[in-house]
Ligand binder design. Sequence first.
Ligand code: UD1
Length: 417
Amino acid sequence: MDKLLIQGGARLDGETTVSGAKNAALPILCATLLSAEPVTLTNVPQLQDIATLLRLLGQMGVAVERDGDRVTLDASGLDNPLAPYEMVKTMRASILVLGPLMARVGEARVSLPGGCAIGARPVDQHLKGLQAMGAKIAVEQGYIHATVAGGLKGARLFTDMVTVTGTENLMMAACLAKGETVIENAAREPEVVDLANCLVAMGARISGAGTDVIRIQGVECLHGAEHRIMPDRIETGTYLCAAAATGGSIRLMGTSTSYIDAVVDKLLDAGCEIEGERDAIRLTAPPRLTSVSIRTAPYPAFPTDMQAQFMAINCVAEGTAVIRETIFENRFMHAVELQRLGAEIRIDGNTAVVTGVDRLEGASVMATDLRASAGLIIAGLVADGETLVDRIYHLDRGYEKLGDKLSQLGARVSRVR
Ligand code: UD1
């Protein structure tokens, strides 16, 4: 199993390019199930999760052609609406096939995702919404078996909490339902908007994406289209944090500050200078950051996917920060690993209190999930000596060419077996 060896202490300096957003690409790839015509996507990141989803779609009868960041999917031969456990367990986002399959063929068998390192993560809201649209749902032997006779019907949907993939699944299902669907309490994440833009390019009638009420007028069928995936705001934020923690100065290309206001705001509070260009961001960090407290919440508030990275920067900042995690119940697993590097962190329920220390010291640490790994890498970059991050397959799920990009920025990192 690969590990990442980091020789800490190098100040990040230079330029690199941000990839397409994993969390936009995943639902958009699933959206291609809704059409019997080819859909071409560009800026698709080369990541483990994307490869898993393409394999899953292939098994369902979708023809997939891939050339670098360009992927063409043709779901005219869709004949096997099944998402098996072996795939869903490695990637929870596989649940995103459920809505499109129900809309297009009126049937789906999708494994229940089960828990994951960061919490229980149920999908009850996805199921409740589909039921309101007329679906019959049974859970048998760990599989969701959903059917609908005569097609889905538009409905007024209200989710109990803001759910990103829940909103996406229901929005996709509604595109081919009869009549109007209204999703209230909808997620406002930019990835929901990117998905809506792609669906509209395919002929869907959607308004309100990006607000908490989305209206969809069902149409007979969707057609082919070409769509460019938005830049990855979490990858963007992660490199900004890495540069900030090392007192560095970097320029990130292929991205923009538009979707990361909450993150930029906190980095400014921490003492960084940030300049947004048309398709790039520059960050210059002070020699030592000031602590910044954060509270995670649905967009446009501070993203839970950036919590671990901010815990890492607070470990070496001046002062004490309070970090509150309100989205997932078990998302502080990186804290104990950061403590192994000498961080001062106290956890009480969903609150972490981090007091910055003068220096961290390299050690072996274990990645527990995708964003936790990013936090450990940032800490490794500032720690004295060597840090060995184990289980970096988590990072391969979500960060394209992480080692190469960090090296371009001047970090001393290498993959080891
Ligand atoms: C998405 C992102 C993930 C991010 C998360 C929160 C993708 C592929 N993943 O995950 O990176 O961390 O949003 O921004 O886009 N919940 C329920 N029942 C449901 C659905 C959700 O109880 O049916 C709960 C979850 O357990 C969690 C909260 O709602 O506590 C928000 O989860 P949700 O927005 O659904 O996360 P994902 O869409 O899985």
